[in-house]
Design a protein around this ligand. Structure first.
Ligand code: HEC
Length: 131
């Protein structure tokens, strides 16, 4: 095996490990921070696995939905009521919920995280204007 093939295989291997790690942490974050409301549909939260409820939300797109939920929507508290939750951790928890509710999202890459952060600022500015 040439060095280049080795390097390539190593890169692929670490990529798949990090994808698996994100899926794992998304599930963990969901269980720590989201299941209390989304598991049973408390306060009319879209229930985990309820494809009909999630379809129109998923249709908003990953950047928009993640950003708006992170800022907080009606009875949904900002960051799921967890002030220490990063955008990345929140996103992965949402990916986990979406992928178990009829969607097929992936853990956001750096570019998508940047777009989510931008939309968070836009959303906050818009909400402040309305007050
Ligand atoms: C305290 C209860 C509670 C917790 C904890 C919570 N949610 Fe929610 N969430 C809600 C409720 C209630 C709604 C429905 C809001 C509405 O439409 O009035 C909601 C809606 C949402 C939506 C749809 C937002 C939209 O634009 O309509 C997303 C996405 C979401 N939650 C993600 C999450 C994630 C991810 C977590 C965990 C990190 C989480 N939530 C934790 C109560 C909660």
């Amino acid at each position: 095996m040439t060095l280049n093939t080795k390097t390539l295989l190593l890169a692929i291997f670490s990529l798949s490990i990090s994808a698996a790690a994100n899926a794992q942490s998304g599930e963990n974050t969901y269980k720590q921070a989201c299941v209390s409301c989304h598991g049973a549909g408390v306060l009319n939260a879209p229930k985990f696995g309820d494809k009909a409820k999630w379809a129109p939300l998923i249709a908003e797109g990953q950047v928009t939905l993640t950003a708006h939920a992170y800022v907080g929507v009606r009875s949904m508290p900002p960051k799921g009521g967890n002030p220490n939750l990063t955008v990345e951790a929140f996103s992965d928890a949402l990916v986990y919920m979406v992928n178990n509710s009829g969607g097929k999202w992936t853990s956001p890459d750096a570019k998508t995280v940047a777009a989510i952060n931008k939309e968070i600022e836009t959303r906050k500015a818009g909400l402040n204007k309305k007050q």
